[in-house]
Design a protein around this ligand. Structure first.
Ligand code: SAM
Length: 317
């Protein structure tokens, strides 16, 4: 195998893979439209091992493990180890609802995981239960502290803001960053599968009412994708991810693999490539086909509204 950078037809360097390792989830969030696929179509551990090797050879340097809920997969430790043992992979992150972190954080760190993003959409236990359909807020918050303890840092808390759901809790979320060194990141809600449903809140709307949020200098880590703010006296930071109001398609460096073995070129475009067919080839041919597939990445996502054929839980976020 020869090593290459992977670029698409627009010259964007693709070095970030979001790998969905299961479609199962221990929550059932109302807005996520997640439906677990049947077991047979799911990626096996052997397939994931080969995928990590081939995508690293194609130029991937950062892997985010996602799902479904990645921590319900029996293979999660092994998958992290595989990534860790793959030389070119410099950053291994995982996106989780955090519920299982109190028991798993230390072992995840030991396996080689660098950091976690934890999704929490309400700090009110009744409302959390309504959104996530499980009474698990206490566990998710304990998960945040367990992740900090275990050194899975910087810990990022992801909150999808929605009108009439959690827009009354914005300042409570910001307070999470007062005494904790975490990044609280507000993500613009994407009405997947619909045109609009009135829930979307723009970053601008939140910022215009909060002049005490002071913009930080852009870092190299996520140039153009998230904008970070600091507040006097706060240990942590507040971030905004703006796929709706300010899409970052021209800077997009990512490719996704779904738990049912499809290369998903773009979150907001239904183009997919069957990865199983590619995995039938020998390494050199498979590598060539992966690169050819990557080159097809659409210029922009969500061109015709949010008409995607999958909910977020079946893509991986
Ligand atoms: N189970 C893991 C978790 O809870 O983070 C990983 C999968 S989950 C699908 C990944 C992220 O997608 C979560 O932060 C979730 O809030 C976000 N998400 C789901 N539907 C969304 C939507 N319509 N718009 C924006 N974000 C969404």
């Amino acid at each position: 195998l020869t090593e290459h950078n992977m670029t698409d037809k627009l010259g964007r360097t693709i070095d970030y893979l979001r790998l969905s390792i299961t479609s199962k989830c221990n929550l059932n969030c109302a807005y996520c439209k997640h439906s677990p696929s049947d077991g047979e179509s799911m990626l096996t551990l052997a397939e994931i091992k080969r995928i990590v090797k081939l995508f690293e050879k194609s130029g991937i340097r950062k892997i985010r493990i996602t799902g479904g809920e990645p921590l319900v997969s029996d293979d999660v430790f092994e998958i992290i180890k595989i990534c860790k043992e793959t030389d070119g992979i410099k950053d291994i992150a995982l996106t989780t609802n955090g519920i299982l972190l109190p028991d798993m954080a230390n072992e995840l760190k030991k396996a080689g995981l660098d950091r976690v993003n934890i999704s929490i959409d309400s700090l009110n236990s009744g409302k959390y239960k309504q959104i996530a359909r499980a009474d698990s807020l206490t566990d998710a918050l304990a998960g945040v502290d367990a992740a900090i303890e275990a050194g899975l840092t910087p810990v990022k808390i992801n909150t999808v803001l929605m009108h009439d759901v959690n827009d009354d809790e914005i300042d409570d979320f910001i307070l999470l960053a007062k005494d904790r060194d975490v990044q609280v990141r507000f993500i613009e809600y994407m009405p997947m599968g619909k045109e609009h449903d009135g829930r979307y809140i723009s970053a601008e709307e939140v910022l215009s009412k909060r002049p005490h949020l002071k913009k930080c200098e852009e870092t190299q880590e996520t140039p153009g994708v998230e904008t970070l703010y600091q507040i006097d006296g706060h240990k942590g930071k507040v971030g905004f991810i703006t796929p709706v109001s300010r899409p970052f398609c021209e800077k997009c460096n990512r490719v996704r693999i779904t738990a049912d073995a499809k290369i998903r070129h773009c979150l907001g475009d239904n183009l997919e490539t069957d990865l199983r067919q590619i995995l039938e080839e020998n390494d050199d041919d498979a590598l060539m086909k992966i690169k050819a597939a990557i080159a097809l990445k659409p210029e922009r996502g969500f061109c015709s509204g949010f008409k995607t054929n999958r909910g977020m839980g079946n893509i991986g976020g």
